[in-house]
Design a protein around this ligand. Structure first.
Ligand SMILES: NC(=O)c1ccc[n+]([C@@H]2O[C@H](COP(=O)([O-])OP(=O)(O)OC[C@H]3O[C@@H](n4cnc5c(N)ncnc54)[C@H](O)[C@@H]3O)[C@@H](O)[C@H]2O)c1
Length: 340
């Protein structure tokens, strides 16, 4: 059987690099397109150097001409779009890159996809989005029909791109699917994000800075479970549909930090890290929570990893990959952002 080729944009980042691993394990050929930004990390794909089913292109999704050229050369049956600026705090300090990469970038990727789709009718674009587009969900859980009400420039840029993607389906019949996933955790995440940042601090005997009173609640999914859901969607998802992807497990930031401290103190003797409350993020949503019944019922996907197991595995991965932290500028890990 001929090996199918899949494009992953943003494949040097956290979820993209985990998705590439899983696609390769499932015997796809993978083309990674990434512009190589501060959040990219070649450490995430270093083991793929001699893998002839993997190819990397340094390219920006804003560069429509280059993306068209890659698509026609590599002939993928689908593209997963994970290229985005992703840190809410950075979007508060400086929103423009979020408009450029997450909205204009997606517009250019859609234009390139249209161009390629006209000659390759089997192609589909799967656009990866977030639960943050629904805004604060103080009670119950948001299903796919819940209205969008994003709170941060990051979430608003993702919401805009989701609308653009859907408009290309309705107006031009481009086969697309949009996925909205909850907070991911696991190996290879940039240490500006909560869980790897706290693990870094514990390993380095520093305090854990918790925003506000620590009660902001998120739904946490192990990154591999998210990637498995994406491959299920590639195989069985319906064109023109939105799918929520969540674990149904909500935890607040304080609880997560306490769990990490407990794991850390077991592994690292004489650890002195403790919780330290710091000024809250402006516009900080209280709670996100997804209703993921659609993907469970219609596509028969379910998560495999419960939070406690996933968190221990994640801690151990960072501990066994201390080189990973060295590949970042120290200020990108330690400096406080989003504090306007
Ligand atoms: N991390 C999460 O918890 C989470 C949850 C739900 C959805 N998402 C979405 O999943 C996607 C991936 O998130 P992540 O956490 O892996 O992000 P990340 O920041 O780790 O990686 C993003 C990658 O995209 C690349 N990129 C950015 N702009 C680009 C452009 N214009 N052209 C080409 N490449 C570009 C970056 O260089 C980087 O390598 C994003 O779309 C994000 O919104 C993330």
């Amino acid at each position: 059987m001929k090996i199918k080729t899949i494009v992953v944009t943003g494949g040097l980042g956290f979820i993209g690099s985990n998705l590439i691993n899983l696609l390769l394990k499932r015997n796809y050929k993978v083309i990674n397109i990434d512009r190589v930004s501060y959040s990219s990390n070649f450490y995430n794909v270093k083991h793929l150097k001699n893998n002839n089913k993997y190819k990397f292109y340094k390219a920006d999704i804003n560069n429509k001409k280059k993306i068209i050229k890659i698509l026609f050369k590599e002939k993928p049956i689908a593209a997963f779009n994970l290229a985005a600026d992703t840190h809410v705090d950075r979007s508060i300090d400086s929103p423009y890159p979020f408009i450029k990469n997450n909205i204009l970038g997606v517009f250019n990727l859609l234009e390139a996809s249209m161009n390629y789709y006209k000659k390759n009718k089997k192609f589909r674009l799967i656009h990866i989005s977030t639960d943050e587009v629904y805004g604060d969900i103080l009670k119950n859980r948001s299903s796919e029909s819940y209205p969008y009400k994003p709170s941060s420039p990051y979430a608003a840029s993702k919401a805009s791109s989701d609308h653009l993607v859907y408009s290309y389906y309705k107006t031009y019949n481009l086969p697309i699917i949009v996925t909205n996933c909850s907070n991911n955790y696991g190996p290879k995440q940039h240490p500006e994000k909560l869980i790897p940042k706290m693990i870094y601090n514990i390993i380095n005997n520093k305090d854990l800075p918790v925003y506000g009173n620590g009660t902001n609640s998120r739904e946490w999914i192990f990154v591999e479970d998210h990637c498995k859901a994406l491959i299920t969607i590639l195989k069985k998802g319906k064109t023109g549909e939105f799918y929520n992807i969540g674990s149904n497990e909500n935890l607040n930031n304080l609880k997560i930090c306490k769990k990490l401290l407990k794991i850390g103190k077991k592994i690292i003797k004489e650890n002195r890290s403790k919780i330290k409350f710091v000024k809250d993020r402006p516009g900080h949503d209280i709670r996100y929570a997804l209703n993921s019944n659609k993907i469970k019922k219609e596509l028969k996907w379910k998560k495999d990893t419960d939070f406690n197991t996933g968190l221990v595995n994640t801690f151990n991965w960072y501990l066994n990959n201390l080189e990973y932290f060295k590949s970042f500028k120290k200020k990108d890990i330690t400096s406080r952002l989003g504090n306007k």
